[in-house]
Design a protein around this ligand. Structure first.
Ligand code: SF4
Ligand code: SF4
Length: 135
């Protein structure tokens, strides 16, 4: 049994389509949805743990890529370097779990490690390299 934790970003045209059902039925995969942000007419994002036979996993991922779904693997850990953070808030919209959040009164950004799923989506959003992937 192989397992893979991935982040799927899919275009608005695919939101509402039974993609996950196909993964289960046609590719014999088990899905554990860790997080999901899917709004009608907007880009959707799902963080999934997929498990199944190695070949089924490869085929399922090929199917997703063929549809135009972007796939990223999850990193091991994310570190927030508070001393480098300027509280610019650029990472806030990128974070699907609110591990990075901003206090609207003080405009201070904070990081809650327990909420972080290491999807890495905040990394390119930070102009000050205050977020780092740790393997
Ligand atoms: S990696 Fe970044 S974007 Fe992803 S959950 Fe953790 S803090 Fe949020
Ligand atoms: S994008 Fe970087 S510098 Fe800006 S608030 Fe987030 S972690 Fe801090």
């Amino acid at each position: 049994m192989a397992k893979k934790r991935i982040v799927l970003t899919f275009p608005s045209t695919l939101v509402g389509q039974p993609i996950t059902t196909h993964l289960v039925k046609d590719y014999d995969l088990m899905l554990n949805i860790l997080r999901g942000v899917v709004a009608p007419n907007e880009e959707g994002r799902l963080v999934l743990e997929l498990s199944g036979k190695k070949k089924s996993l490869e085929d399922g991922i090929k199917y997703l890529k063929g549809l135009g779904v972007e796939i990223q693997s999850l990193a091991q850990d994310i570190k927030w370097h508070e001393s480098k953070c300027t509280h610019c808030t650029a990472c806030i919209p990128a974070c699907p779990t609110q591990a990075m959040s901003v206090d609207r009164d003080t405009m201070e950004v904070s990081f809650v490690k327990e909420l972080c799923i290491a999807c890495e989506l905040c990394i390119p959003a930070c102009p000050f390299k205050a977020l780092e992937i740790q393997f």
